[in-house]
Design a binder for this molecule. Structure first.
Ligand SMILES: Cc1cc2nc3c(=O)[nH]c(=O)nc-3n(C[C@H](O)[C@H](O)[C@H](O)COP(=O)(O)O)c2cc1C
Length: 187
């Protein structure tokens, strides 16, 4: 296996950028195709491909955004926060949801596989020089939003991944101390 110090560097320095701060350009058609091929090359118990990826360009995001107030069932303040800060300006949005009709692998594992799809999207987009943000907000959990997006209500929206170019270099944020998380198992 070939060594890839660039990949290690990318993983050690990766940072999200707020969706609202993502600016054009987004990935080209060719880059998106590669990002999607990376996204679907993930661990997948029983090879079920238990995911769905929907591509939303700016026009489609604007439509979704305009529809959110009608679909929102929570308090207006949280909607206002979402409306003003999120989901507005990213050149590209990929919506990853589960597709788990099969019982050949535990459903939880199929959903976890979807999380690896999201992470591969992020890493591949970063490798092309784009920034991104993985959001769920309230709309990942709304049956009305799922129905609007054509996602069955008994499936999970795993991530709204907003992708675009950097408008500013995100500040570093504290990372956990490995000693708090990692321990040697002694049995
Ligand atoms: C499943 C999932 C859902 C998330 N949903 C949100 C969200 O709704 N709002 C938010 O601000 N960050 C959300 N995040 C966190 C951001 O994607 C991001 O990880 C966080 O801002 C920290 O930045 P970093 O990725 O540079 O460490 C979510 C992360 C995951 C894994």
């Amino acid at each position: 296996m070939k060594r890839s110090p660039e990949t290690i560097e990318l993983l050690l320095t990766r940072r999200s950028q707020l969706a609202a701060k993502l600016v054009p350009p987004g990935p080209t058609e060719e880059e998106l195709d590669t990002i999607l091929r990376c996204a679907t090359r993930v661990p997948d118990h029983k090879g079920l491909s238990p995911w769905r990826i929907q591509i939303a360009d700016r026009a489609t995001q604007d439509k979704l955004h305009a529809k959110l107030p009608e679909l929102h069932e929570g308090d207006p303040a949280s909607l206002e926060k979402t409306n003003s800060k999120q989901a507005k300006t990213a050149p590209l949005l990929l919506i990853v949801s589960s597709r788990t009709p099969s019982t050949k692998a535990p459903r939880s594992e199929q959903i976890l596989s979807g999380a690896t799809v999201c992470q591969n999207i992020i890493i591949a987009a970063n490798a092309f020089g784009y920034r991104n943000q993985w959001l769920s907000e309230w709309f990942a959990y709304s049956d009305k939003v799922k129905t609007y997006l054509g996602v069955p209500t008994d499936e999970e929206i795993i991530g709204f991944i907003y992708i675009g170019s950097e408008s500013e270099i995100p500040k570093e944020r504290p990372r956990p101390d490995l000693t708090d998380i990692v321990s040697k198992l002694e049995l």
